[in-house]
Design a protein around this ligand. Sequence first.
Ligand code: 13P
Length: 694
Amino acid sequence: MTKVGRKLCWVGVNASRLLLAATFVFSGMVKVVDPRGTQYKLEDYFLAFGWSGWMPGFLPLWLAVALAVFEFCLGVYLFFGIRRRMTTRLYLLFLGVMTPLTLYLALADPVSDCGCFGDAVTLTNWETFGKNVVLLLLSVVVFRSYRLMSRFVSERNQWTISLYSIVFALVLACYSLYTLPVFDFRPYHIGANLPEGMVVPEGEEEPVYQTTFVLEKDGVRKEFPLEDYPEDTAWHFVDSRTVTVSEGYVPPIHDFSIVTWPEGEDITEAVLADSGYTFLLVSPYLEMADDGDIDRVNELYDYCQAYGYSFYCLTASGDEMISRWQDFAGAEYPFALTDDITLKTMVRSNPGLVLLKGGTVYGKWGCHSFPKVEDLNVPLEESEWGTLRSDSRMMTTLRVVLWFLVPLFVFSLVDRLWIGGKMYKRKKHRDSITNLLNKRKMRKKIVAGNWKMNLNLQEGVALATELKNALAADQPNCEVVICTPFIHLASVAQVLEGSVIGLGAENCADKEKGAYTGEVSAAMVKSTGAQYVILGHSERRAYYGETAEILKEKVNLALANGLKVIFCIGEVLEEREADKQNEVVKAQLAGSLFDLTAEQFSNIVLAYEPVWAIGTGKTATAEQAEEMHAFIRATIAGKFGAEAAENVSILYGGSCKPTNAKEIFAKPDVDGGLIGGAALKCADFKGIIDAWKA
Ligand code: 13P
């Protein structure tokens, strides 16, 4: 992939991630601040599916809180890039289940509003399905390329944000349950004028209903529409049906009515038009009402009597329950009947209290925070309860956001400082080594392992894990790479995620793709997550006939696929004995690398491996290594210029061990090692890595 392509990919993945995260944070937050609303919605679904009978009563509320916290935290995790693999998997799983489910809901329409954004945004079932299809596509994008998502918090400290998000969401949900929803998106919020909420604006279509009467005469039944109702009184009424012909505009408040009990008189208009104060004690079901504060309600009623304010208890319970409540609670206040869904919408508490004046909501209280009459020893006009507060939604939003963001900001700051401190320490250490070793240039120092054809998959994964842990506990002062057989790559890439260790292959094909049985292309290597590939190793030249020409093809393909190449060169014993080592090495460089551009060459790491020293226990002396490395650097300078020569890392390979690494690495032109046998044991490999430490 080209650089521009890669950049576009990165932008696409991160944009998808932010969009998904924002949607989930929002949908989670509207549920967190109103868990009862989600509970009611879940109950609607369970009723429509016929599950209410066997479901324990507490379950919908518990599920509502769990769903709210889950969605909110998933949004936060994706935003910060926390546990990217697991988080993106959860998105895929969640949306993979929700999308077909919402398709079913759109087709069967058991409940008209899905409730995915609480009362904040109302979507039809088809709109919800469409939204989920888009989110599912985005979640596929982030799932496939989760590694491209930048992290906004270090891996080491991500648990603080994970935990804080869960605790924050749980506490807010419990607080909203104990009091009332922190945000009230319903048409009965404080400051709302109920008659205004019932108006169908001019120009909007009114709903149209068709009523049909079933009448009977002389044993014959016939249906008559309202407009054709027969004048003949011999027809007797049997039944009537009303169907909605056209929905028209449905105002936010469309089902609010107050009918006195037991008289049955509709007093809705009178209550809403009352310019004085009216307290409404709202209890959808008296049988389920929290009776902890019923004495306070009675005192409030006495207070209303004393000051001439109206007071009604609105309920959807039946006669028997109302009578029982009167006896049990000693309630002398009047009762009136209202639809249960309306009551549940008015106030998220059973019982709850609503204060109206002139049809406007002046106050709302949950059952744990009813106003105390001791605090109300003055008329309402003179108390803060009876004063309409200016809309505080802005302030509430700010408070909630600050409560969440300030601690997060502090965590992130500490995290950044911690990371910065570590980086500073590492840099200081590296500087001191450089001074110590009197290196001429700050070239990249690399210790790379070449596992060759050793270790099965389990052994390889175990070794990578051991090394990752060892280097996490004791950070290296150089770049560390392990190059593994093809079969290990994908698994080891997972193990190494988030570690400082780079990953490479030991070879790749000299063809781009196609019918080359048994071969593995550079693109395939790259797709495992590897960043390097070893090419030109003497064992591949000797046993698999890899010529300079073949290696040239491989190098080009590896670079074109975004891999860095560790390119090996080195003479055999006879050549050294004939003093032909310089000639041989120069020919190897020229044969495979000299057609590269300087930019391409910047992705090459060279490894000088005298063949007579590989796996023989016979090491080149530090002086022999330095002499050859200096020659190689001069050759590179001749072809690609001084800067390229100064910048290219040249590694030494061949029986390198913890005991000799320090001496070899101390040479000014030796920038690290390519390690074979000693890379198969964590302690040995780490010993060589530590040779870069003072
Ligand atoms: P040894 O370290 O086993 O000698 O092998 C060196 C090597 O071939 C690395 O590629």
